[in-house]
Ligand binder design. Structure first.
Ligand code: ARG
Length: 301
């Protein structure tokens, strides 16, 4: 006798499930996804409030001095695994400071409520201490060359709808003409220095280093754009990262399965959002080997 309808349905469902499972295995490590993409609820200069979960890899770095008596928001950082974040080398603490890394933040002045199966639930940010800060060995604090550091966390963070790791780019990917998004809690304007409570995000295109040098020349500045940096911004200015955004992500949606990938880390610039002075980012695709080596070495120790 042939299958009855019920058995047939079960069969079709299991085949679909198997294909789905296989797909997720093929895609490998989970990264670069935004589970909260479809529940759009809800400076960077010229940006807008992010929606909750728009940059789930975004972390906030605080520096603590005098055993916690004095604490301030210092930089951004980016989650790449359960116990490592990437940030800028110039975000490291001074001699008597220590760093704290906070995940799942959105509005610094209030506690987030997010939708779940159980309705709206409150979520407090996840706080970790930096167990170890590994500066790039060739970081130069005068020229800001190799402005990159890895922070190992004192314990793992669990992934969640609004806490997710970003994907690392493939070696040699230059991201020229890609639409990229930079985010952070840095000042909304270089002059006024107002700080936003809500994470800001803004789209800035990545340009070639040649074009970037040309723009700087137009603005009467001399920039030697080494291949370890990348520039993102507009000839007319208006949108940019700014003070306090350093160490945060410049993310591009990329590849066959459109995963979010870390093209750059906010490093420096001249003022913010000025015409012909695009922001300067550490080019992550130049540091694959160092990142992988640093992160894997720690496991065996
Ligand atoms: N150095 C700044 C910081 O520590 C980031 C400056 C970025 N500037 C820019 N024009 N994109 O937060």
């Amino acid at each position: 006798m042939s299958l009855n309808l019920f058995q047939f349905k079960i069969y079709v469902i299991s085949v679909i499930l198997l294909i789905a499972l296989n797909q997720s295995l093929v895609k490998g490590i989970g990264c670069g996804e935004r589970p909260l993409e479809l529940v759009r609820s809800s400076r960077i200069v010229g940006g807008k409030d992010a929606f909750i979960g728009e940059a789930p890899w975004q972390a906030l770095v605080k520096e603590e001095r005098f055993f916690g008596l004095w604490r301030y928001n210092k930089c951004g950082a980016v989650l790449i695994s359960h116990n490592w974040v990437i940030t800028a080398a110039h975000c490291n603490s001074g001699l008597f400071g220590s760093l704290q890394v906070i995940f799942g933040e959105h509005n610094l002045k209030s506690i987030e409520t997010i939708a779940s199966e159980r309705g709206l639930v409150e979520r407090s940010p996840v706080v970790r201490k930096a167990k170890r800060v590994v500066m790039h060995p060739k970081y130069n604090h005068l020229t800001l060359e190799n402005d990159l550091a890895l922070i190992e966390l004192d314990s793992d963070v669990d992934y969640d709808q609004h806490i997710q790791p970003i994907c690392l780019p493939e070696k040699g990917n230059d991201f020229i003409d890609s639409e990229a998004y930079v985010s952070g809690w840095g000042v909304l304007s270089y002059k006024e220095r107002t700080l936003p409570p809500v994470l800001q995000i803004v789209k800035v295109p990545i340009m070639s280093n040649k074009k970037c040098e040309k723009m700087y020349r137009k603005a009467k500045h001399n920039l030697v754009a080494r291949k370890t940096i990348l520039c993102a911004g507009y000839a007319f200015g208006g949108k940019d990262s700014c003070e306090g955004d350093s160490g945060g992500p410049l993310a591009v949606r990329e590849g066959p399965d459109a995963r979010w990938t870390l093209a750059g880390i906010v490093s420096n610039g001249i003022k913010c959002a000025e015409p012909n002075l695009p922001g300067i980012y550490t080019r992550i695709s130049e540091y694959d080997d160092w990142i992988v080596k640093t992160v894997t070495n720690s496991h065996s120790s």
